[in-house]
Write a protein that binds this ligand. Structure first.
Ligand SMILES: Cc1ncc(C[n+]2csc(CCOP(=O)(O)OP(=O)(O)O)c2C)c(N)n1
Ligand SMILES: [Mg+2]
Length: 379
């Protein structure tokens, strides 16, 4: 660990944290292990398709990749139990977790293309949408803010006596926000059934982790909140599954919050427009060549688990077919109607004239914006 603060960032110096023997993943069936592979491949291939669409200017807004982080999103989400109503809050780099929870490639493509029949009818972009029935909440961009939101969601599980668990993802950068601190502290005190996954991918936009926290390791932050802190190799999908599964079980037993640090690496820029000029030379290539989560899982499946390469090739072909069909369908979808922008955004359109000061009234009170009985300005 001597080179922990090297110019290459701390991730590159980290040893891999192997899955413990007797780990929960040991009881995954062969079919489940292949399903995990399917979701990782689907995540990667779907994002590759989105890049093609982006370059054809068919994606409206930015495109955010999780290249190199597919294991962290898929492995952690796979540890939840959808049949029990477990719930997660994804970030832009957690497409894989939404797919595990049942999001469809068609709605993801429509959403990125801002189509009129996309989940948000073109009023939002990328994966900022939720579905309470499938167990993923609509995220907002503000870093850290989903931690207090998920503290509230999981407190409601507890107060209602439901046996459900919540999982919230935060980036390394998001751990430096006030919202993260307040949310995790509140959840810890209330012993909410919550798993907080810190995705340490080396960067927050262009800021390497060494420049935004003095903490040696993100898992150490758990100490201050009086909760267990664990760390796992986020590029090993089964290790990610194991560490999350243990935390989920702890939460379900009523033992409260766990903070998990997953070590991974963001191989693309913050978004597709980012040329990564701030990344030290060779760093990305090294992670790609030696620590690709899909390659590592393929090696594991075809080695230890005895899966034949052609079985994986069949799954790859299935993924390709599904993405092709979803793309064709999404291309046919209409763009939104202009009036769609006015409905369902906040509440009903406001009844107060927005430019009230142009209609001859002298104050907000006179415009009924605040009841005259409140008094205030004019005594
Ligand atoms: C409170 C807040 N500050 C700044 C931003 C702008 N911003 C969006 S993403 C991002 C970097 C996020 O880094 P990290 O939390 O490590 O997540 P990653 O993108 O690496 O997955 C920043 C600074 C924001 N959305 N919210
Ligand atoms: Mg980050």
């Amino acid at each position: 660990m001597a080179s922990r603060t090297s110019s290459r960032g701390r991730n590159a110096a980290r040893p891999r944290v192997a899955a413990a023997s007797g780990a929960p993943s040991a009881s995954l069936s062969r079919a489940q292990k292949l399903e995990v592979y399917y979701y990782m491949r689907l995540t990667r291939s779907l994002e590759e398709r989105l890049v093609n669409l982006y370059r054809q200017t068919k994606v409206i807004g930015g495109l955010f990749r999780s290249l190199g982080q597919e294991a962290d999103a898929v492995g952690s989400a796979y540890a939840l139990d959808r049949t029990k109503g477990d719930f997660l809050s994804p970030l832009i780099r957690n497409l894989g977790s939404m797919l595990v929870q049942g999001a469809e490639p068609l709605e993801i493509i429509r959403q990125y293309m801002a189509k009129g029949d996309s989940p948000t009818r073109g009023r939002e972009l990328n994966i900022h949408f939720g579905d309470l029935e499938r167990g993923f909440i609509g995220q907002i961009s503000h870093l850290g803010d989903m931690v207090p939101v998920m503290a509230g969601v999981t407190l409601s599980f507890k107060l209602r006596g439901q046996n459900r668990v919540g999982l919230v993802y935060v980036g390394d950068g998001a751990t430096s926000t006030g919202a993260f601190h307040e949310g995790i502290n509140f959840a810890a005190v209330q012993r909410c059934p919550l798993v907080v996954v810190v995705e340490n991918n080396g960067y927050a936009y262009s800021t390497p982790i060494t420049k935004q926290t003095a903490a040696a390791e993100f898992r150490d932050k758990a100490l201050a909140y009086g909760i267990p802190g664990e760390q796992a190799d986020g590029n090993d999908v089964l290790a990610t599954y194991d560490v999350t599964k243990r935390a989920v079980e702890r939460a379900r037993r009523g033992e409260g919050v766990t903070l998990i640090e997953l070590i991974t690496y963001r191989r693309k820029g913050h978004a597709e427009h980012d040329n990564q000029s701030y990344v030290p030379e060779g760093e990305i290539a090294q992670w790609e060549a030696t620590n690709d989560p899909v390659d590592r899982y393929v090696a594991r499946l075809t080695g230890e688990d005895g899966v034949k390469p052609n079985e994986l090739a069949e799954l790859d072909a299935r993924v390709q077919r599904e993405i092709d069909a979803a793309t064709d369908e999404a291309e046919k979808s209409p763009m939104p109607e202009p009036a769609d922008a006015l409905t369902g955004v906040y509440a009903d359109p406001p009844s107060v004239e927005p430019l009230w000061y142009r209609s001859g009234v002298s104050s907000a009170v006179a415009a009924n914006e605040r009841p005259a009985s409140w008094g205030t300005f004019n005594g």
